[in-house]
Write a protein that binds this ligand. Structure first.
Ligand code: FES
Ligand SMILES: [Fe+2]
Length: 368
């Protein structure tokens, strides 16, 4: 994926005054977003941009993850290029101001007697829920950990998973929309995920609060190529029952049940897949994206997990390429009157965009 989108200076909006969110709709701050894999955060300073705010983060000696504004209050030096001291404080690499894990400055080396109480950097709410770390970029008062999706089941021996990550030059809504729209399986991914009848099957959309569920069922087709080896049922006809659910601006949950009525392998009739998509806007037009592709068949087979890590990266890259190519059309082409056409299969995605538009409007209401 090339980075040409970053060069643009005049991004075009989809449509002003639209009832549904588009790539220019303000990002939703009051939401949990994935910051990193838990296993990749240690007692070393890292940084990542979330919703246009650069964060420095690390795991302290108690094992807690701390995330702070990555900009020294003195002259903006990036704190991730500074020194993490033994007592879990960060000493700025420019003039040496020291900050504790609350973001409070505790020492000014050039003025050791001066009070530091008025000098601080922003601290962000963080939750470490293996295998992911979550951050809340909005109002800390609203950062309720109960709003983080429950995926503790991935850590049990009943489930195995492949996983992956990439950075994308595109607005985060395009990833959500891609995930809501499984008619693209057959055309963008070919036989890896698609089957001849899949794009044509009826879609039911249900909305509960701010959750939008796309549901479809296919009868009598074989499993897609991606799962053939490890599911092991060859070309046996199955019933494929699939959901793709917009949960929050930072999380999409997809799950499928494949039913093999013949019980081809040892009489087993049910095979489950659950795919967790973690979508964190980096800026308005760039996104960090992680996923876990979990299965309840051969859960402890490490080769199967590696296979799913490798193959889902290949397949999801096709989505990433498509999103980046579309983003380049939005960003670079001079066609100001363009308006998207919606087809019936977009119903879930359009509802999702309506919900995000409403969230953005609610967040941007200024207090009197
Ligand atoms: S910029 Fe950090 S101490 Fe001066
Ligand atoms: Fe896809």
């Amino acid at each position: 994926m090339d980075g040409s989108v970053k060069e643009r200076t005049n991004p075009k909006s989809a449509k002003t005054g639209s009832a549904i969110a588009d790539r220019d709709t303000p990002l939703i701050k009051d939401c949990w977003y994935v910051l990193d894999w838990s296993a990749e955060v240690s007692n070393e300073l890292k940084n990542r941009m979330v919703l246009g705010q650069d964060l420095v983060y690390f795991r302290d000696q108690e094992g807690e993850v701390c995330a702070l504004q990555n900009r020294c209050a003195h002259r903006c030096f990036p704190l991730h290029r500074s020194n993490l001291l033994e007592n879990d404080t960060i000493q700025c690499g420019y003039h040496g101001l020291i900050y504790n894990t609350s973001g409070q400055c505790v020492k000014i080396p050039s003025a050791p007697d001066k009070k530091t109480s008025g000098i601080k950097v922003q601290k962000y709410p963080v939750v470490d829920r293996a295998p992911m770390i979550w951050v809340w970029p909005g109002d800390p008062e609203k950062a309720d950990p109960a709003l983080i999706p429950d995926y503790d089941w991935v850590n049990t021996k009943e489930w195995g998973y492949g996983h992956g990550y990439y950075h994308l030059d595109g607005n985060y809504l395009a990833i959500h929309e891609n995930l809501m729209d499984i008619t693209h399986f057959s055309f963008l991914h070919g036989s890896a995920l698609g089957t001849p009848g899949h794009a044509e099957s009826k879609i039911d959309v249900t909305i509960e609060g701010s959750v939008v569920d796309n549901y479809r069922i296919n009868h009598g087709e074989h499993v897609p190529d991606l799962h053939r080896d490890y599911m092991g049922i060859g070309f046996a006809p199955v019933t494929r029952d699939s959901h793709s659910k917009f949960m929050t601006p930072g999380f999409h949950y997809a799950y499928s049940l494949y039913m093999d009525p013949a019980g081809t392998i040892d009489g087993r009739k049910d095979y489950r897949l659950r795919i967790l998509h973690f979508i964190s806007p980096e800026t308005q037009y760039t996104t960090n994206y992680w996923w876990m592709f979990a299965r309840d068949f051969k859960p402890e087979d490490k080769k199967a997990s590696q296979f799913y890590s490798d193959t889902t990266l290949d397949v999801f890259r096709e989505d990433g390429d498509a999103i980046e190519w579309m983003e380049q059309q939005w960003a670079n082409e001079d066609r100001p009157d363009f308006q998207e056409t919606h087809v019936p299969a977009d119903k879930g995605a359009v509802e999702m965009r309506r919900i995000i538009k409403r969230m953005a409007e609610e967040e941007n209401i200024q207090p009197k």
